[in-house]
Design a protein around this ligand. Structure first.
Ligand code: ADP
Ligand code: ZN
Ligand code: ZN
Length: 823
């Protein structure tokens, strides 16, 4: 008899890396690295785990060795490059491979005991089934659905995965498919000429068909003038536009459609915007872009990541598109990362224009079925697989086989960093590692580099390419700093607007140009306060004041979602004079309605974009000038490209500048420069008004003169002096407990132990700005590690100490997690 085979598997758990199981002899022929198996873990829990290593060394120690219950896949569902990347993530960010596995796979690929199983209504029960299979299906039909535990009970077994696997293959059941129906892409009616009317002759015939129906004729004339006979010769109009512009009723359109002259199609909004022509084309680059393209390629030759520092609207995206084209010609894949899901649809249109269906989106808001499909398309490199994947953070985990280029757009954005749960990875930094693994060039692009990347460029670790001119030589917007205090003193404020901003908005509206107003607070007012005693309503679970949301007429905690009604009287002194303080986007929207009653105002923040397509819809409406003023939080600052925005207003720069964080000036600059960059992108120079009560603040001067280098040099002196990144490596250790005293005790023990190991490198423990979130008190300890020293040993020591502290008898209920390179 041959020696038994063992499999080390990765479980989707925050536990140590690998667990060993016996491979039953009957499974051996089908066993492969990278397939999923069902294993039992703990007394009665089952998981799908990933086979990581196969070997013949019996595990040491006398524990009860379990066998693998079932093999789920014929072929591996991950590739070797992915595993290498996962190992890097686990090692660098101090987490388990299981946590990375969990983050990487679409959840449909991670069967767990809680997974819901239901009968597939399309399944034909006449098919050949075993008695057990039939019984199970009848049960599921009857109950609607059951979870795996219930199914185990029903079958009287510890594991029913093998049976479920067979039924899954027969398409008889569905697992966790409830997401599927919730995905309905938002569509819009688009009017086109019917195919047979595409020649001038045929069009004449069409008019004959209409005869003397005046309205129908008018409609068709307008349609033709705007489409085939227009300069852009696009082939379609939205139904909405057609009806609105002509003032003709839907019934008339229907009549023309019934005559077979025009047709109406439902098209997804995302695909529509650039739908001027079906043909794919690339713009010619101008001289500056051409030069930058050459330099980027030279940078790639030197095997370093390239940082493309190009002012807003310099045409970076078009440079990316040229590079992508060349990579596709070599039959390789491209990963194009953006910091926010919201950015994907506008960019997707630009990519579709260039690459048609070879480009597509992948992100976590897609439903599971779609994500699994994209996963396998890429893994197996199928005919219709995306060659260019546009995605947010999680796209770094896709099973790429032959990456030829990675683009990280808006590389400075901190939403690239996963905050919670583990793995707390930075997708930009992981992109650089992926580039090494795949030997693929990496391009980081931004108008406002992160200090980390700019520093790397200074050190020549990255090649630096600059694009200093806006496309078509449009000047960067003129930036005016407006003094809120002075205007208030002189009683010149128009509600929340300084006279400077008010005038600009007014002029823009008169000229039918658009306006973006930025305020990084959603809700109506950040807090309420009693005028007699100063009492502020706070969240019962968190150490934060509650935000007033007028449209819901309630107070909401932005950290835990806790909602209460408005207090009628003060919680301390029972006075009934409680007023709102400060203002958020909701209030600005309301005030604008009073100041500019004619203007069409819309708001873009978390509250208005929760629904799946609402973000895209807002953008679409703004692009098509159905909105005059867009009020928003940082959502409006990111790389969006609007043609008609003339004026950008930043309502209050003070909050950002005064935020207590070593990165607050860097962030303020980025945010203000980015939001300013939305103004005057085409045709004409834009204008930006920054409202502040610190008009002489040096960061404002630097934003106004676009002096990134000045800010960088000045701030870097401080970073060095106070030992912050990018000179030092920060590791944040967060300690949480529901009980404040127990937290203090545990955090102090941990800090003391760390101080012995990392002499002079430990800060804290201290309460962060918000000391209690969702009923958990929290404290932070910061390690400032020397960047030149090896990191792995330090991290190992750190994790060991954390393990010891957690194990102390007084520390039950203590949560400790580690965040490497926190943002
Ligand atoms: P960035 O990414 O640097 O902010 P974009 O790539 O969005 O800039 O370019 C700004 C605008 O100019 C876009 O609307 C884009 O379509 C247009 N544009 C840029 N380069 C070209 C080009 N070479 N030909 C035609 N239009 C261009
Ligand atoms: Zn009071
Ligand atoms: Zn709360």
């Amino acid at each position: 008899m041959s020696k038994p085979l063992f499999a080390d598997v990765i479980l989707p758990l925050p536990l140590r890396d690998k667990f060993t199981y016996l491979v039953p002899a009957s499974f051996e022929p089908n066993m492969k690295l990278g397939v999923r198996v069902i294993v039992q873990f703990g007394a009665r829990k089952y998981f799908s785990a990933l086979v990581y290593r196969l070997h013949q060394e019996p595990p040491s120690g006398d524990f009860d060795l379990k066998s693998i219950d079932a093999i789920l896949d014929k072929e591996p569902i991950v590739n070797q490059a992915q595993i290498i990347a996962w190992e890097w993530v686990a090692d660098y960010y101090c987490c388990s491979l299981g946590e990375v596995f969990k983050a990487a796979l679409p959840s449909a690929l991670k069967l767990e005991s809680q997974s819901n199983v239901s009968f597939n209504p399309n399944f034909n029960m006449e098919e050949e089934l075993t008695g057990e299979e039939e019984a199970l299906l009848l049960m599921l039909q009857g109950r609607g659905q059951a979870n795996i535990k219930e199914i185990n009970q029903f079958l009287g077994r510890n594991s029913s995965y093998a049976t479920l696997k067979v039924l899954l293959e027969k398409n008889a059941i569905l697992i966790e498919e409830k997401l599927k129906d919730s995905y309905k892409p938002k569509t819009i009616g688009v009017v086109k000429l019917a195919d047979q009317f595409s020649t001038p002759k045929a069009i004449e015939a069409a008019f004959e068909g209409i005869g003397r129906a005046k309205k129908q004729r008018e409609l068709l004339e307008y349609f033709l003038a705007e489409t085939v006979f227009s300069k852009e010769s696009q082939n379609s109009l939205t139904k909405k536009e057609l009806l609105e512009q002509t003032g003709i009723s839907d019934a008339v359109l229907k009549a023309v459609v019934d005559k077979g002259i025009l047709m109406v199609e439902d098209v997804e909004i995302g695909r529509l915007i650039q739908n001027h022509t079906e043909e794919q084309f690339l713009y010619e680059l101008n001289e500056a872009q051409e030069k930058a393209l050459g330099q980027v390629k030279d940078g790639f030759q030197s095997k370093r990541p390239v940082l493309l520092h190009g002012v807003t609207s310099s045409g970076k995206t078009e440079v990316y598109i040229k590079l992508i084209e060349e990579v596709l010609a070599q039959n390789k894949q491209v990963l194009y990362l953006v910091p926010e899901i919201g950015l994907t649809s506008q960019l997707n249109n630009r990519l579709k224009r260039a690459f048609g269906d070879r480009a597509g989106i992948y992100h976590s808001k897609f439903n599971d079925a779609e994500r699994v499909e994209i996963w396998f398309n890429i893994l197996e490199d199928k005919e219709d697989a995306y060659q260019v994947v546009l995605g947010a953070r999680s796209a770094v985990f896709l099973p790429f086989k032959k990456l030829g280029l990675i683009i990280v757009d808006e590389e400075h954005e901190n939403s690239y960093k996963q905050f919670d749960p583990a793995p707390r990875y930075h997708a930009r930094d992981m992109a650089v590692v992926l580039g090494q693994i795949h030997k693929a060039p990496v391009l980081l692009g931004t108008a406002t580099p992160s200090f980390e990347s700019y520093f790397n460029a200074r050190l020549k670790k990255y090649a630096l390419v600059e694009l200093k001119e806006r496309f078509q030589g449009i000047e960067l917007p003129e930036i005016v700093v407006a003094d809120i205090r002075k205007a208030t003193r002189q009683r010149q404020m128009k509600s929340l607007l300084t006279p400077e901003l008010y005038d600009e908005v007014k002029h823009a509206l008169e000229k039918e140009e658009q306006v973006i107003l930025f305020q990084n607070r959603r809700g109506f007012a950040p807090y309420m306060q009693c005028t007699s005693c100063g009492w502020i309503p706070k969240c019962q679970n968190c150490d934060v004041s509650l935000t007033y949301h007028k449209y819901r007429s309630s107070l909401v905690c932005h950290y835990c979602g806790h909602t209460t009604s408005l207090p009628g009287t003060c919680g301390e002194c029972h006075s009934d004079d409680i007023r709102t303080k400060g203002y958020g986007t909701e209030q600005i929207e309301e005030e604008l309605g009073i100041l500019f009653p004619e203007a069409r105002v819309a708001r873009m923040d978390l509250d208005t974009t929760r629904a799946k397509r609402s973000f895209d819809q807002l953008i679409y409406k703004f692009e098509t000038k159905q909105i005059d003023i867009l009020v928003g939080t940082q959502m409006v600052t990111k790389g969006l490209d609007f043609e008609h925005v003339r004026v950008v207003g930043i309502l209050n720069a003070d909050q950002m500048l005064n935020y207590p964080d070593f990165r607050s000036f860097e962030r303020s600059f980025q945010l203000m420069a980015q939001v300013s960059g939305r103004a005057g992108r085409k045709n004409k120079r834009g204008k930006v008004v920054i409202q502040t009560s610190q008009p002489t603040h040096e960061v404002l001067a630097e934003v106004a003169s676009n002096s990134f280098d000045l800010l960088f040099n000045r701030q870097m002196l401080e970073r060095k002096l106070f030992r912050y990144p990018p000179y030092f490596r920060l590791v944040k250790i967060v300690v949480k407990h529901k009980n404040r005293e127990r937290l203090d005790l545990g955090a102090n023990q941990l800090a003391a132990a760390l101080r012995k190991l990392f002499v002079n490198q430990v800060l804290g423990p201290e309460y962060p700005v918000i000391s209690r979130v969702q009923t958990w008190y929290q404290k932070e300890i910061w390690l400032k590690l020397d960047k030149n020293k090896q990191l792995s040993p330090a991290k190992k020591q750190l994790m060991d100490v954390i393990g010891q502290i957690k194990g102390l008898p007084n520390n039950g209920g203590l949560i400790i997690y580690v965040d490497v390179d926190p943002m």
